[in-house]
Write a protein that binds this ligand. Structure first.
Ligand code: NAP
Length: 246
């Protein structure tokens, strides 16, 4: 199926670290659902090179935003990384994907577990009203290698201020010692009790959304299986909804 590309001007480019960045650009596409992804591309020597990215922006915002890792020898991201305000990107006009709140069954506690850029999709979801209305408590866990990769902390503080007592934000940094964070991989932080000491117990009233590194997701699915939690499927609702990034 031919992709319909829409040209969009870059509005802002934030570099969180040397190779982790967020880029905001004009929203010229039809309405999407929080949690969906689209393709972002550039015309490179006459060929459109594109990759899928989850939207960090939410459907009511007048801009689109994605977060990406620059892969210095990659085809797309070094060029994306050099864009400045006013430059153009190409956006696939039909976001898609099922990592959306409508696919998540009801529960009491919503666990949003991300590594790296996987956080972005949760920022989009948390900008909408649905998770806050449907869950009494939300636990957002972000696992990164280094402290600089803890993106969107101000935005998350804003969510906490707007929803007092409803959101716990837990950071884990694995390759540096950083105070006020856990220093182990997320599944290990559950196994050693350090995460549940902060976030409370895991039960069948918990819904988990997992996003990011596929190895983290596989390890989490196995671990949560030990709690009797299974993948959520349309034919058989469960407690784990996931999106692997590669
Ligand atoms: P990452 O290697 O995914 O690490 C992020 C966090 O996940 C780290 O804390 C890491 O811990 C942890 N982690 C790794 N394996 C895990 C596991 N089995 N269980 C639990 N936690 C685990 O780093 P990243 O910077 O987000 O991404 C790394 C590379 O992936 C990038 O350089 C890029 O090439 C690629 N990437 C690809 C895409 C894509 O869509 N294709 C998107 C994002 C990134 P440790 O420090 O202990 O490893």
């Amino acid at each position: 199926m031919a992709i319909n590309w829409v040209e969009s001007k870059v509005l802002e480019h934030v570099k969180w670290t040397k190779d982790l960045a967020s880029i905001k650009f004009e929203n010229n596409i039809p309405k999407y659902i929080a949690g969906q992804f689209t393709k972002i591309g550039l015309d490179i020597e006459g060929e459109i090179i594109s990759r899928p990215y989850s939207l960090v922006s939410s459907p009511d915002e007048d801009f689109l935003e994605v977060i990406y890792v620059n892969v210095p020898d990659g085809k797309l991201t070094p060029k994306l990384h050099s864009l400045v305000e006013g430059d153009s990107v190409l956006v696939m006009d039909k976001p898609s994907g099922f990592f959306i709140m409508d696919e998540v069954p009801d529960g009491e506690k919503l666990w949003l577990i991300a590594t790296g850029t996987g956080l972005g999709v949760f920022i989009s979801l948390l900008k909408t009203t649905e998770p806050w209305k449907r869950f009494q408590e939300i636990i957002l866990v972000h696992g990164v290698r280094t402290e600089g990769e803890l993106a969107y902390q101000k935005q998350i503080e804003g969510f906490q201020n707007n929803h007092p007592g409803q959101l716990k934000y837990i950071k884990t940094v694995t390759r540096e010692k950083v105070t006020d964070t856990l220093n182990v991989r997320i599944p290990n932080a559950i196994k050693d009790g350090s995460l549940t000491a902060l976030a409370g117990e895991i039960s069948n009233k918990s819904q988990f959304m997992l996003c990011g590194n596929p190895d983290m997701i596989n390890d989490m699915v196995e671990l949560l299986g030990g709690y009797g939690l299974e993948r959520n499927r349309r034919s058989k609702p469960g407690n784990i909804t996931l999106e692997k990034y590669w």
